[in-house]
Design a protein around this ligand. Structure first.
Ligand code: ADP
Length: 165
């Protein structure tokens, strides 16, 4: 059983990593599918996002990281994946996730979406919140960037520092 875990991962957070680790207990293989969509003007390039994810999943077996563009259902067919794994932080996430799951089943017969409820420790976190905190923090000369360690791995913190300092 192969599951795709799709997203922007701009950048990967400990919230994403929690879903990957829990998903890995449920599926034989997880493919982290990194959306390559330059129109979204991400902070990190797709190569940077993949590199950081690869570092984050070191030591977790049966996880690989790949870029995709276009329809996720088509990428699922290409990978031989029957499942899409997504994290559910809030009720608001659910509104979007339910319609995506229904659309994806129409796009590929039998493509099931599995929603894992976020750990409360990470439920308020998003990659965009991390970017905002890092941007505002590094703009301030007195910023103690150890606060970022509760949300991201050290390699991500270093990249945020390079982008914003
Ligand atoms: P998207 O841009 O599609 O929301 P993200 O990269 O932000 O993609 O997220 C990818 C997946 O990770 C989504 O299913 C999202 O719900 C989940 N996710 C993001 N942040 C967290 C978190 N803090 N805890 C649990 N799941 C999360």
């Amino acid at each position: 059983m192969t599951a795709l875990f799709p997203g922007s991962f701009d950048p990967v957070t400990l919230g994403h990593l929690d879903i990957i680790k829990r998903g890995e207990q449920m599926f034989d293989q997880i493919v982290v599918a990194v959306l390559n969509n330059p129109a979204k003007s991400p902070l990190f390039t797709v190569q940077e996002r993949i590199g950081l994810l690869q570092e984050a999943v070191l030591g977790i077996s049966d996880v690989r990281v790949e870029a995709y563009s276009g329809l996720l259902a088509e990428f699922a067919k290409k990978c031989g994946a029957q499942y899409i794994l997504r994290g559910l932080r809030t009720e608001a996430d659910g509104v979007y996730e339910i319609s995506m799951a229904q659309a994806n089943r129409r796009l590929m017969d039998g493509l099931e979406t599995v929603l894992l409820v976020s750990d409360p420790a990470y439920a308020y976190m998003s990659a965009s919140l991390i970017r905002e905190i890092a941007a505002a923090g590094y703009a301030d000369s007195g910023f103690d960037d150890r606060v970022l360690d509760q949300w991201v791995i050290p390699a991500v913190k270093n990249m945020l520092k390079r982008k914003y300092l």
